[in-house]
Ligand binder design. Structure first.
Ligand code: ATP
Ligand code: MG
Length: 285
């Protein structure tokens, strides 16, 4: 993924037209057929084939000859395309370093033209181990580019719903598979040695409670998805959130709260009763 920026700079206007066309058509086709791109960009077929060959050698698209020649984004390609759009729209003006690279995302820091620090998260649902994710999340038969864009959209909508009520990074924008939020100068809980673990645990439970009352259950809450510094804590990483009224929401909440309680018990010997906390979160205590 380090070569994302290099690929970004190698893309010219012609390539961008092809990528825009793939993006426009990917909702209907897993592999977008050549004729759809020809319709959008008005290239001759042999010229388009050359462009696709070049994009494929750069790792931006994956071409497939079946009944017809079709093409789709790789994770890198979708990210490069999303980055183009973010820059074009003036959301970011300078990309920085990789902050974190997980199974399902790569996060960079970035600046806008007012020199404000941002985090840009490129989602990658199902790239490359699609099968595992399908089993875990049960998305049906949708293909991975669509799933990936949906994941970004879902995370952005959760942040929008929560920001101002719950301590989450400020959502700035989303486009393609990228979610832009304000950079938080803090580290993941598991990398911090807390001086006041009881107090921090209370703070986290209060945030979970506020989230619950905004209708949201995180769904992957752990020491890896909470940022902490001297000033406070922030909850991050929302693509898998559940609505409180959705089926299994009770189990999901229970798992989230157990993860946190267990972590504080294991790491600091701070103990809390699971049922008491669950009742508090749901507003029954
Ligand atoms: N707004 C932010 N400010 C500072 N750092 C951030 C921000 N958002 C993400 N990060 C950093 O990027 C890392 C990965 O982010 P996040 O947890 O959202 O993705 P992930 O773990 O790859 O998610 P998933 O695998 O569930 O898609 C975080 O652990 C954190 O270090
Ligand atoms: Mg995470």
């Amino acid at each position: 993924m380090n070569d994302l920026l290099e690929a970004y700079h190698r893309i010219d206007r012609t390539d961008t037209c092809v990528l825009s066309s793939i993006f426009r058509n990917m909702w209907d086709f897993e592999y977008v057929p050549l004729h759809a791109i020809i319709r959008d960009c008005a290239f001759k077929e042999d010229r388009l084939e050359l462009i696709l060959k070049k994009l494929s050698s750069m790792g931006i698209v994956e071409n497939k000859y079946d009944e017809y020649l079709g093409t789709r984004f790789t994770f890198k390609g979708l990210s490069v395309f999303s980055l183009k759009r973010l820059v074009m729209k003036g959301i970011i003006s300078k990309m920085g370093n990789i902050l974190g690279e997980g199974k399902e995302s790569v996060v960079f820091n970035a600046l806008n033209d007012r020199n404000e620090e941002l985090a840009v998260k490129f989602h990658r649902v199902g790239y490359p181990s699609f099968k595992k994710v399908r089993e875990k999340r049960n998305y049906g038969t949708l293909h991975i580019t669509v799933l990936t864009v949906r994941s970004a959209k879902r995370e952005y909508s959760a942040l929008k719903r929560l920001y101002g009520y719950v301590s989450v990074p400020e959502p700035i924008f989303f486009d393609g598979n990228a979610v832009v939020s304000r950079l938080i100068d803090a580290r993941e809980l598991y990398r911090v040695r807390l001086k006041n673990p009881e107090e921090v645990l209370e703070m986290i439970i209060d945030e979970v409670r506020k989230m619950y009352h905004r209708g949201v259950i995180h769904g992957d809450l752990s020491q890896f998805n909470i940022l902490a510094n001297q000033e406070g804590i922030w909850i991050i990483d929302f693509p898998q959130y559940a609505d409180v009224w959705s089926p299994h929401s009770d189990e999901i909440l229970k798992r989230d709260v157990s993860n946190i309680i267990d972590y504080f018990d294991r790491s600091y010997g701070v103990k809390k009763d699971l049922n008491e906390v669950l009742n508090y979160v749901r507003g029954r205590a």
